[in-house]
Write a protein that binds this ligand. Structure first.
Ligand code: CA
Length: 453
């Protein structure tokens, strides 16, 4: 497995797409994330593209213009066989082919390369401004699994419900997860309708029964998603030593949660209708190749914590299985939007470096019983929360003030407060990686606005 930082990461690289050279862009030439989008009015026409600066380029268009010929690992015939350069196909290609595609795109967009820059006909056909397109989910996701890999999230939430026994005894041995619902995954920008559901009887009201109606405790969950590369046949686990090769790239995921529904329904089988009404994903996938400079060691488990069982332990994964990503959550209410007040940052942290389990461990565990993960499947990390209150990745934690105490609402501009989400609220996730000696790269946005039930 190549684990390489190469010329495509050179911070001195500049692009002829001038907006890609802006220090503030998420999409410099060193990033080149992949996306799916509709370029015009026809939502049924979905193209796979690469983002650079403020533009998006159609990969099929580049292929048709023969700019992607002779990529090592993909025969030209294989390319021809695909009408569209589809994201699902890219993630089913060998890792060497994805690295070659990245190297070719880096070359095409370099400031001194004229093959695309000086082809107005092709630019007109294959290039769009991001503001003019509609993003789809970055891949046609067939299967979605949600993990629970942040020990700080698990500990804080556990403390709310089980003050004496916050972390259950399996947590440090098993990457806890459940199967989510792929059909309700929506792309960034899609409105999210407040779900209705059955809610628990009010605490302390003797004899009261459950009710059915609009969710009263609507929350977001800040998560990092991993798009799976390649396939393993059913019955054939992916060993931990090969699990990193199955990471095609990362995206942002908002696992919207109806807390009142969740509280009542989750025992004994886990989340169901509290989660599957909508899950929002960001516009693009930042490839694993782009993330190479931002790999870090796995979370260092405190002394005394159990060593993972052998099928979950790999020295190489311990050395570089983490990712250094800054994650940010912003909130804008309807009145803030009306008054022209910018979204307010309500949390920001590097807590993703403290995930108790790496994506490779989650993949090895997921397939350890023979379950087949398919190219393009989505696995999400679980809510990313840090030790500090300001780094908590959901309102359930962010407005919690300790056992037995009333919730402490967020104070927003204009005097508004929030304990959970109100109709008209917009939640925006952003994320980026930065490290001295490398170009900052970003993940774009994962955005959703709540509309009334
Ligand atoms: Ca979740």
């Amino acid at each position: 497995m190549a684990n390489a930082i190469d010329h495509t990461h050179d911070p001195a690289l500049r692009s002829w797409v001038e907006s890609a050279n802006d220090a503030a862009t998420d999409f410099p030439i060193q990033n080149l994330p992949l996306c799916r989008y509709s370029p015009g009015d026809d939502p049924n026409l979905v193209l796979t593209g690469v983002l650079i600066g403020d533009r998006v380029f159609d990969l099929s268009g580049l292929r048709d213009a023969r700019l992607l010929d002779d990529l090592p690992g993909i025969s030209n015939q294989e390319q021809e066989d695909w009408v569209w350069w589809d994201f699902s196909w890219i993630v089913s290609c060998p890792a060497a082919a994805r690295r070659a595609l990245r190297a070719r795109l880096s070359e095409l967009f370099r400031e001194d390369n004229r093959s695309l820059r000086d082809n107005p006909h092709l630019l007109n056909a294959a290039m769009r401004y991001q503001r003019d397109v509609t993003f789809a989910a970055p891949t046609a996701i067939a299967n979605y699994t949600d993990f629970y890999a942040s020990i700080h999230h698990a500990s804080t939430v556990g403390a709310m419900f089980r003050p004496d026994n916050a972390l259950l005894p399996n947590y440090k041995h098993v990457p806890i997860g459940y199967h989510g619902r792929a059909s309700s995954i929506v792309p960034t920008g899609t409105a999210v309708k407040r779900p209705k559901g059955q809610q628990s009887p009010p605490d302390g009201e003797v004899g009261a029964g459950p009710t059915f109606g609009p969710c009263k405790l609507l929350d977001y969950e800040l998560e990092v998603g991993c798009i799976i590369a390649g396939d393993n046949a059913i019955g054939e686990p992916t060993p931990i030593s090969h699990a990193q090769d199955r990471i095609a790239g990362l995206c942002l995921v908002n696992d919207w949660s109806a807390r009142d529904v969740q509280k009542w329904e989750y025992q004994p089988l886990g989340p169901f209708l509290a989660k599957n009404f909508a899950t929002t994903v960001s516009s693009c996938v930042v490839t694993r190749e782009a993330l190479e400079p931002f790999r870090i060691p796995a979370y260092a488990r405190p002394q005394g914590d159990p060593r993972p069982l052998p099928y979950l332990f790999d020295e190489a994964d311990q050395a570089s299985g983490g990712f250094d990503i800054t994650l940010e959550v912003l909130l804008q209410t309807a009145s803030m939007a009306k008054a022209g007040t910018a979204p307010m940052t309500i949390s920001r942290s590097n807590a993703f470096r403290d995930m108790y389990w790496t994506f490779a461990q989650m993949i090895a565990h997921h397939t350890s019983n023979g379950c087949n993960l398919a190219a393009g499947d989505l696995i999400a990390s679980g809510t990313v929360s840090g030790l500090e209150p300001a780094s908590r990745g959901c309102l359930l934690e962010l407005t919690w003030d300790g056992p037995g105490k009333p919730r402490k609402p967020l104070q927003l501009p204009g005097g508004e407060t929030r304990t959970f989400l109100a109709d008209g609220d917009t939640v925006i996730f952003r994320a980026w990686c930065e490290r001295p000696g490398f170009r900052r790269i970003g993940f774009g946005e994962c955005r959703g606005t709540i509309v009334g039930a």
